[in-house]
Ligand binder design. Structure first.
Ligand code: PEP
Length: 254
C-alpha cells in the first residue's frame, strides 16, 4: 500500500514554547504509527532543531520545512537552502504551497528547481498543487493542475517521481472552512493519478502518495481519507489543535 501521510503545516504560528507544548500533546495521543503511515510536522524554520529531540525516538514521525530556496547557496539574504536543511537532518520540505505561490510569486519553473534540489539531498518534497475558485467555477481545474504537475515534476525520471509526495489543495478550501466533498477530492486525486500514469505508467502512478489539503478536520478526515486515491492530508488550521490533529492521524488508512 502507498504511504498514508498526515502532514501538519503550522505556517507562521506559535511561539517555540507553545509549539513544544503542542507537539508533546500530539505525540502523547499517538501511541504508534503503522509501518505504512507517516506523520510529518512542517514547523517554522527556527523550531526545526529545538523540536528534533521530541521526535528523535519516534518511528515514522518527522519534522519538515515549509519552504526552501531554489538556489543552492549565495547572496539571498534571509533565505534557507536545501543544503542547510540537509545539514540538520530534515527529510521533508513543502514545495509550492499556494500561499508561497500567491504571496511570493513562485512559478512552476522555480518550483521545479526546488524539487530537484530537495531530491538531490534525499529530502522528500511535498509538492502542492490546486486551483483557485474561478478555475473551479469555469470547470477547468483538471487541465490547470495537470499543467502544474507537468511544469514542475514531469522532467523527473521514473525513480525520482516516486520520491515526491503530492498534495492537492484546492485554494478555495484552504483556511476557509469550505472542504471539498470527499467525492470532489476523490475525483481530482483519480485525475492526478491518471495524469501521472499517462506519463510514467500505472505501476509508478500507484506508488505516489497524493494528500488532500483544505479545511481537513477531525470530523471530516475519516471520510476524506477513506477515498481510494486520497492518501492522507496536509493540514493547516486543525494541525494547531492537539485533539483535532490526533483524530486526523487516527483517520489514516491502516
Ligand atoms: C494548508 O495550509 O495547507 C491548509 C490545507 O490549511 P487549512 O487546513 O487550514 O485549510
Amino acid at each position: 500500500m502507498r504511504k498514508q501521510i498526515a502532514a501538519a503545516n503550522w505556517k507562521m504560528n506559535k511561539r517555540l514554547d507553545e509549539g513544544q507544548t503542542l507537539l508533546t500533546a500530539i505525540l502523547a495521543g499517538v501511541n504508534s504509527v503503522q509501518p505504512n503511515q507517516e506523520v510529518v510536522f512542517a514547523v517554522p524554520f527556527p523550531y526545526l532543531v529545538p523540536l528534533q529531540s521530541l521526535v528523535a525516538d519516534k518511528t515514522n514521525i518527522s519534522l519538515s520545512a515549509q519552504n526552501c530556496h531554489h538556489k543552492t547557496s549565495g547572496a539571498y539574504t534571509g533565505e534557507v537552502s536545501v543544503d542547510m536543511l540537509d545539514s540538520i537532518n530534515i527529510n521533508y520540505c513543502i514545495v509550492g504551497h499556494s500561499e508561497r505561490r500567491e504571496y511570493f510569486a513562485e512559478s512552476n519553473a522555480v518550483l521545479a528547481e526546488k524539487v530537484n534540489l530537495c531530491l538531490s539531498k534525499n529530502i522528500t518534497p511535498i509538492f502542492c498543487c490546486g486551483e483557485l475558485l474561478n478555475i473551479r467555477e469555469a470547470e477547468t481545474q483538471n487541465q490547470f493542475v495537470a499543467v502544474q504537475l507537468e511544469e514542475s515534476l514531469f522532467h523527473l525520471d521514473e525513480t525520482a517521481i516516486q520520491k515526491v509526495v503530492i498534495a492537492y489543495e484546492p485554494i478555495w478550501a484552504i483556511g476557509t472552512g469550505k472542504t471539498a466533498s470527499s467525492a470532489q477530492a476523490q475525483e481530482m486525486h483519480a485525475h492526478l493519478r491518471a495524469v501521472l500514469a499517462t506519463k510514467y505508467g500505472t505501476v509508478v502512478a500507484n506508488n505516489i502518495s497524493i494528500l488532500y489539503g483544505g479545511s481537513v478536520k477531525g470530523a471530516n478526515a475519516v471520510e476524506l481519507f477513506s477515498q481510494p486515491d486520497v492518501d492522507g492530508g496536509l493540514v493547516g488550521g486543525a494541525s494547531l489543535l492537539a485533539d483535532e490533529f490526533i483524530q486526523i492521524i487516527h483517520a489514516l488508512k491502516g
